[in-house]
Design a binder for this molecule. Sequence first.
Ligand code: NAD
Length: 277
Amino acid sequence: MDRFDLTGRTALVTGAARGLGRAFATALAEAGADLVLTDLPDTPDLADTASRIEELGRTVHVVPQDLSRTDELHAFADRVHETAGPLHILVNNAGTAALERFNEITTESWYRVMRVNLDAVFFLSQRLAEHMIADRVEGRIITITSKNALVAEAGLAHYNASKAAVDLLTQTLAVELAPHGITVNSIAPGMVATPIDDAFPFDREAFEAAYRERIPLGRYAEPQECAGALLLLASDAGAYLTGTRIVVDGGVLADQMPRTRFMPPYRPTLTRPPRTP
Ligand SMILES: NC(=O)c1ccc[n+]([C@@H]2O[C@H](COP(=O)([O-])OP(=O)(O)OC[C@H]3O[C@@H](n4cnc5c(N)ncnc54)[C@H](O)[C@@H]3O)[C@@H](O)[C@H]2O)c1
């Protein structure tokens, strides 16, 4: 288990106020890392995440930033470095989505999604990779994409495109940063119980019931169920993984169609060994 130990490493998690970001920050702290947390300014939940990390006995810095302000991101990265010192792990987790038909997406909505989900990942990784190289750390850059990076979902043209772009960006950075000992990977979650779609104009209950039928494991993931993949990619245990993605989707992408519902019930074929008296 020492290979998963992150004692002495510092990690920046974006979008750390809630959802997956909070679960990732907590898991990294549990593994021994010190944390820098960021989210939109004036997000009260960010302080809650910070107190959880402090309770675990780790050092935590909070550096709020609106990541859609892409021209501020190099300065933000420098501020993080000044505040926390050498950074070993960058978790590009912050993300945003809107449910809109393709023909109704406005220029504003398109660029809002692209700035947070794609541009921020690029500019933050760019500057922090420079710091990792200058500090001679074996850096880890982990970006949270989505199963929507691989298969489309209607009503999310901007979101799908942003996540697919980050998927290939991950591979490119992995190749360019490998000579510096920095690994770059992504995690592609399936359906996770978080507030990301709270503002979607849809019948949530009906949608979730229908979607659960599509998930071989039969349920949405809890945010912490994506943290195991993160710890692997962030630690020495995952040192030889780069340029790849870990899909954490309960089997959704493995299944074309939920056919098992239309099959005879499962019948175990293993026979029990005879009981010994
Ligand atoms: N929940 C899911 O089902 C799911 C599935 C696949 C991928 N993802 C991805 O996981 C990541 C985390 O999503 P989540 O489900 O925890 O969502 P969430 O909405 O609960 O959390 C996202 C966080 O990002 C922050 N954020 C958004 N815009 C920002 C900005 N401009 N500047 C700074 N911070 C900003 C939010 O304030 C929020 O705290 C996202 O990249 C999302 O696309 C989520």
